[in-house]
Design a protein around this ligand. Structure first.
Ligand code: RIB
Length: 304
C-alpha cells in the first residue's frame, strides 16, 4: 500500500502583527519569517515524520526548490512534484499577538497543475493505495474521479472550505478530516451546533466514509458506522497554530495505517498537533515520531 499526497506546496510569509489588519488600515510587523508550508506539503511532511513512506505530487517554481529539499530531508519522495517556469504558491500569513492567524493565498504552481500531470501521477498508483487531498490546488474533482477509477482510497481534507467544496464528488471520499467550521458547513448546520450533533449528521450523510473532526482546544472526534472515538489535546503554550490540522491529519493516518486503535490514533494525532502549535511555522513545527510516542518508539513495530 502506497500513500500519495496530491496537494499544495507554499512559501509561507509569516508577519508577526499586533492584530489582524483591518480594512483600510496599514500596520507594521515585528518580524517576517519565510518558511515552508502548503497543506499538501505539510501533510506529507507529517506522514513522513511519523515514519511512513509517502509520495508528494504538486507543482512549484524554481523559487520553491527549498521546499523539495526540506521534504526529502524528512523522507518524502518528491519525484512527482513538477517544477515549472512560474512562481511557487505563496501564503501571506498574519500572526497576531493572541496567536490567531489570517491567511491570503496566491496559487502559483498549485493553480498550474494540468489534467495530464494528474493522470500520469495517479497511473503510478493502484487499487488499495491511499490518496490524501485538500482544497488548495486546482482540479480536485478530476483527481478524485481518476483516483476512484483506479481503485485508490480517498482521504479528503476540504480545506480551505469555500464554494468549490460543494462541487466535489464528496461521496467518493473514504475518509474526511474536517475542523468544526468545515464540518458544520458540510453538514449544512450552523457553526454553533454541538460538535457531536454535527458528527452524527456527517456519519449519516457519508455512511461509507470515516469522519475525523477536530476542534482546537476541545480535541478531536471520530465517527464511522457504529464506532465513535474522542481524543484530547495536550495543554501546551500556543506559539502558532498554522499547520496544526495538517499535523493531526498526517499523524492520524500514519497511526491507523500501522494498526493503532481509533482512540490511540486520536491521542497520537492530538499530541502531535499540540506540539506543533507550541512552535512557530508550519512544516518545520511538526514533531518527529520520537517526540510524539516516546524515545525509541518504532511506529512500524506497533500493533494496535
Ligand atoms: O494549513 C496550513 C497551511 O495553509 C500553511 O502552511 C499555508 O501555506 C496555508 O496553505
Amino acid at each position: 500500500m502506497k500513500i500519495l499526497v496530491f496537494g499544495a506546496l507554499n512559501i509561507d510569509l509569516v508577519f508577526s502583527v499586533d492584530h489582524i489588519v483591518l480594512p483600510g488600515e496599514t500596520i507594521g510587523s515585528a518580524s517576517l519569517m519565510k518558511s515552508a508550508g502548503g497543506k499538501g506539503a505539510n501533510q506529507a511532511a507529517a506522514l513522513a515524520k511519523a515514519g511512513l513512506p509517502v509520495y508528494m505530487a504538486g507543482k512549484i517554481g524554481r523559487d520553491g526548490e527549498f521546499l523539495l529539499e526540506l521534504l526529502r530531508s524528512y523522507g518524502v519522495n518528491t519525484d512527482k512534484v513538477a517544477v515549472y517556469e512560474g512562481a511557487t504558491g505563496q501564503a501571506l500569513i498574519q500572526l497576531d499577538k493572541n496567536k490567531q492567524n489570517a491567511i491570503v493565498l496566491y496559487g502559483g504552481g498549485n493553480s498550474a497543475i494540468t489534467p495530464e500531470e494528474i493522470h500520469t501521477t495517479i497511473d503510478s498508483f493502484s487499487a488499495g493505495d491511499l490518496i490524501v487531498l485538500q482544497n488548495e490546488i486546482v482540479h480536485v474533482r478530476e483527481i478524485m474521479e481518476y483516483a476512484k477509477k483506479r481503485g485508490l482510497r480517498i482521504c479528503l481534507n476540504p480545506s480551505p472550505c469555500n464554494e468549490k467544496i460543494k462541487d466535489l464528488p464528496l461521496d467518493m471520499a473514504d475518509m474526511f478530516f474536517v475542523n468544526e467550521i468545515e464540518a458544520a458547513s458540510l453538514a449544512d448546520m450552523s457553526p454553533d451546533t454541538d460538535i457531536p450533533r454535527v458528527l452524527e449528521n456527517l456519519v449519516k450523510r457519508f455512511p461509507h466514509a470515516e469522519i475525523i473532526l477536530t476542534a482546537g482546544k476541545d480535541g478531536a472526534w471520530y465517527g464511522f458506522e457504529g464506532t465513535r472515538g474522542k481524543g484530547e489535546i495536550i495543554d501546551l503554550p500556543v506559539a502558532d497554530t498554522t499547520g496544526a490540522g495538517d499535523t493531526f491529519t498526517g499523524y492520524f493516518i500514519a497511526a491507523r495505517e500501522k494498526n493503532m486503535s481509533v482512540n490511540d490514533a486520536l491521542a497520537v494525532a492530538c499530541k502531535a498537533s499540540s506540539i506543533a502549535v507550541s512552535r512557530k511555522g508550519a512544516m518545520e513545527s511538526i514533531p518527529l515520531a520520537d517526540e510524539v510516542f516516546f524515545p525509541g518508539f518504532d511506529i512500524n513495530a506497533h500493533k494496535g
